[in-house]
Design a protein around this ligand. Sequence first.
Ligand code: FAD
Length: 359
Amino acid sequence: MKVAIMGAGLSGLSCALTLEQHGLDVTIFESRSQTGDRFVNGEILLSILQRPVSDCIVYLAEKHNVFLHPTSNISKLMLYSEKEETAISGFLGFTNIRGRHEDSFEKQLGRQVKSKIIYNSDYTYKQLMKEFTHVVMATGDAAYVMKLDNYRKDLSVTLKGATVEGHFTPSTVIAWLNNEFAPKGYAYLIPFSDKEANIVIAYPDYPENKAKDIDRLWEKFYQEACSKLNQEMRITDGFEVTEYIIGVCQQPRLGNTLFTGNCFGSIMPFLGFGQWVALLTGIYAAQDLSGMGRYEELTKPLRQGYENSLVLRRGMEKADNTRFDLMIRALGGRLGEKLFNSGHHDPLKLVSYLLRPFV
Ligand SMILES: Cc1cc2nc3c(=O)[nH]c(=O)nc-3n(C[C@H](O)[C@H](O)[C@H](O)COP(=O)(O)OP(=O)(O)OC[C@H]3O[C@@H](n4cnc5c(N)ncnc54)[C@H](O)[C@@H]3O)c2cc1C
């Protein structure tokens, strides 16, 4: 068996690591000049989205020998809507860095992988299919999966972000639900350290949003963030992502090709989280190729998670700022604490079932 992995990102590298553990021969093809060769941004792993796993970092290390160092624990999540705010405390998850930074998750994984990585690759899928017995498609986008007619696109998203300098609490993440600057979307602040953070707005590319001026939305958000944090944050770097596709593959495997990460459908439509499923699909694809289970079966709960998250997104899109205020107020007090700290239950699954008849 000769395995090619297309893409040295989260799912490609977690797949390679697991294949290596089982003694399989694997070559990784990466179109960029090094792992993580893209803008630096902060991302989070939220425990509530990984139930029944409570600590995903320990789980990945103990169960799958995949070792990751997050930037910080998240012990507080501040939520703002137009008129309300609430703080949720507990063991809420982790922050981490992505991209060119030495501590980014992909750089950390790249240092653990021993297999050959061919950088600046312009190998096409067709070429890899000819030269290898199996291909793991882990390119982080849906381009090839769509060409193969194996993908259901549900929406695409525009993101604009910046690195800012200021004073931050590394264990506190902030999120905004406010249609004034993130129409049908969300905005957030994720600290890299006590001096640096990443601020981002993300909103879907629906026709009513297309006419909106991203720079004006951004300016409103930036002012709001400075005001809530009570400081002038200095912007030192920025990025923009357009048409970031969110959807899910029809089949996780076509012939000898397995689709992982965003090619599988790892980004949860509700709030755009994709790291956890990306890592797991990489591991599960490798387990399948090592004869330890069927990829289709292993990924079934992840696919269900995607569909549940889509219901939450559709529900969220119906909300105006008054409803966001009600939601944020309701999450204050015991409900929020219970939802985010409810041990082994999967509260989002329950919420999505309750919402299903209405969306
Ligand atoms: C701005 C932003 C913020 C996000 N925030 C969060 C967050 O807070 N929490 C969260 O859980 N998720 C977040 N996500 C989503 C998460 O980053 C992705 O779901 C996850 O990285 C997908 O992993 P992957 O393995 O599919 O792709 P990636 O990790 O992106 O890796 C894909 C790799 O394939 C390479 N590649 C592309 N095309 C080719 C080709 N033709 N041949 C060879 N190599 C190729 C790329 O260069 C890249 O190295 C965010 C995404 C963005 C864009």
